[in-house]
Structures are given as structure tokens and as C-alpha cells.
Design a protein around this ligand. Structure first.
Ligand code: G4P
Length: 289
């Protein structure tokens, strides 16, 4: 199975990003807490050069809590501002205001020395499709803010959401294209549902998920489906079919149906909080490079 993103979409996304990033002091990058490596695009390091940066681990409710903490320690160790959020429920979102001020401390200090006071920080949200950018902007904006219209010096048509005197957020997020540095990353993007399932073989995905869960989260499948985690991955998928009564007309197991169901249960958190990428992996990747 080959994972890809269309070059045309990428060029357009990159152009918009380059245009908008010029307008801001701070880039708020959303990553998927279940795949913080694969849901980043390292090009943002180049595009966001000379900008303050903040990484938000969104969908943290779906990711392994212990691994979330390990990632926070990892980034704190690198001096990168990072926080866990759940844009859907709003958990952790309020604290973003404080972290924004911290992430922009140097800029605020520079402004102060130049006699500039109370100039709001301008920020934009960026991330790959489906990572939760729109949900985050809506939750973060809430009701307690005003939208500003066109202003001098701001490209026509851009809308800013204003939060008191300290912060203005561009109301359209920047779309980052997934990087697909290797096929394993493509697979992990597909597993969490960041790629369109129509172009994927759902039963291959399900088999990869089964293999991963058996290795990293043993007991998850037996707990959820009441099956033995013995034999090969294919026979486990067949067992899941039987338990969930997924049969074709002739009584054969309906592997596609069981696979779709398994993937849905994983993606919506019904199998528990599961993370596919850990900080040790990044260290390994650095060594491999
Ligand atoms: P995007 O702008 O980056 O493309 O993403 P968007 O906000 O549209 O969010 C994509 C999906 O992810 C939405 O689900 C959204 O509800 C969900 N989501 C966003 N943040 C979180 C989070 O922190 N936790 C969880 N569990 N889900 C989150 P959807 O099924 O496409 O839409 P809906 O059913 O919520 O309307």
C-alpha cells in the first residue's frame, strides 16, 4: 500500500502558509498526540524560522496519558513550549493563553525595550488536515472575544480573533501537508484516520493495527472482543469477525466489515487511549538519519 498526498494541494497549502506566516509573531502548531512525529511536517521549522513557536498535542484524550507526559518531558528538555489539549472538550485550552505569553516572552521584552507596550501578539494555528485546527480555533475563541475586520497593514480579507489586549489569532488555520518521510509514517497517519480511507485497504490497516496492539498494548484486543491473542494477526481478525457476527451471505467472515469496525473503535478511543509514537522512537529516527 502506497501513501501519498497530492502535489497540487501541497503547493497551494505552502503558498498560503508562506503568505500568512509573515503576518504573525507566533506559530501554534497542532499535532495529533497519538502520532506526534508523523503528524508534524518538519518544513514548518524552516517556514516558522524567527517566529515564536508552540506545539499543542491535540486529541490528547485519545492518546496514552503516560506517553503524553513523556512527550511533554521530552519537549521541555529541548526547551520547546508544548502542552496537551483536547480541542473537542476544551480541556487544557484555557492554559494556552499563559503558554502563549511564555513562548513570546522574548518578543514582549524586545517590544518593551523599544517603548512598545500592549501591542498584541499575533498568532496563527497550523497543522495537517484533520488534526483539529478548526475545532481548536472555535473552542479557544469561545464567546469572550471579538472578531476584527480589515485593518491597515493586514492583507485584505484576513480576519483576526481578538482576545483582550494581548493576543490576536488569525481565524483561518494554515494547512501543513503530511510529510510521509517513510512508509511507516504513512501507515501511522492512515491508522489514525488522517488519510482518506477510500484510497486505503481497510483490512491491511486493521491487520497492522492488530500487530501493533499485540506488541505494545497486549490484552487490549482480548479485553475488548473476548478473544485469545494467539495465532497470527489474520486469525485474530477472523476471531473478531466471529465475535461481532460480521458474515457475508454465504457465512464467510466479512473481513472488510470487521476491519472498518475495528478501525472505528480504535479511532474513537473505544479500544482505550493508545499512542503509536513515543519519544524513544524520535531518538531512534535521529540515529537513523
Ligand atoms: P482540521 O480543521 O484540522 O481539519 O480538523 P477539525 O477541527 O475539522 O477536526 C477533525 C476531527 O477531529 C473532528 O471530528 C473533530 O471533532 C475531531 N477533534 C478535534 N479535536 C479533537 C480532540 O481534541 N479530541 C477528539 N477526540 N477529537 C477531536 P469529526 O468526526 O470529523 O467531526 P465531528 O463528529 O466532531 O463533528
Amino acid at each position: 500500500m502506497k501513501y501519498q498526498w497530492y502535489p497540487g494541494h501541497m503547493t497551494k497549502a505552502k503558498r498560503m502558509m508562506q503568505e500568512n506566516i509573515k503576518l504573525v509573531d507566533l506559530v501554534i502548531e497542532l499535532v495529533d498526540a497519538r502520532i506526534p512525529l508523523s503528524s508534524r511536517n518538519p518544513d514548518i521549522d524552516e517556514l516558522g524560522r524567527q517566529k515564536s513557536r508552540l506545539i499543542l498535542f491535540n486529541k490528547s484524550d485519545l492518546a496514552d496519558a503516560a506517553v503524553n507526559r513523556a512527550w511533554m518531558d521530552y519537549f521541555a528538555g529541548k526547551g520547546v513550549h508544548a502542552a496537551e489539549v483536547n480541542a473537542r472538550s476544551g480541556a487544557g485550552v484555557k492554559s494556552v493563553h499563559t503558554i502563549v505569553q511564555e513562548a513570546c516572552k522574548e518578543k514582549i521584552e524586545r517590544d518593551r525595550k523599544r517603548g512598545i507596550r500592549n501591542r498584541p501578539i499575533r498568532a496563527m494555528v497550523v497543522g495537517i488536515p484533520n488534526v483539529g485546527k478548526s475545532t481548536f480555533i472555535n473552542t479557544f475563541a469561545g464567546k469572550a472575544c471579538t472578531k476584527t475586520g480589515n485593518k491597515p497593514g493586514v492583507t485584505k480579507g484576513k480576519q483576526w480573533i481578538r482576545f483582550g489586549k494581548n493576543l490576536e489569532l488569525l481565524d483561518t488555520p494554515g494547512i501543513l501537508w503530511p510529510k510521509f518521510a517513510d512508509q511507516a509514517m504513512g501507515l501511522r497517519l492512515a491508522l489514525v484516520g488522517s488519510l482518506n480511507d477510500e484510497i486505503l485497504h481497510i483490512d491491511e490497516l486493521a491487520l497492522s493495527l492488530i500487530a501493533f496492539l499485540r506488541e505494545r498494548y497486549p490484552g487490549t484486543l482480548s479485553g475488548r472482543f473476548g478473544i485469545e491473542e494467539a495465532g497470527d494477526n489474520f486469525s485474530i481478525l477472523v476471531e473478531i469477525c466471529k465475535k461481532r457476527r460480521c458474515f457475508l451471505k454465504g457465512g464467510e467472515p466479512d473481513l472488510r466489515k470487521a476491519s472498518s469496525m475495528l478501525m472505528e473503535e480504535f479511532r474513537s478511543g473505544k479500544l482505550g487511549r493508545i499512542t503509536l509514537e513515543r519519544p524513544e522512537q524520535e531518538k531512534q529516527d535521529e540515529k537513523d538519519m
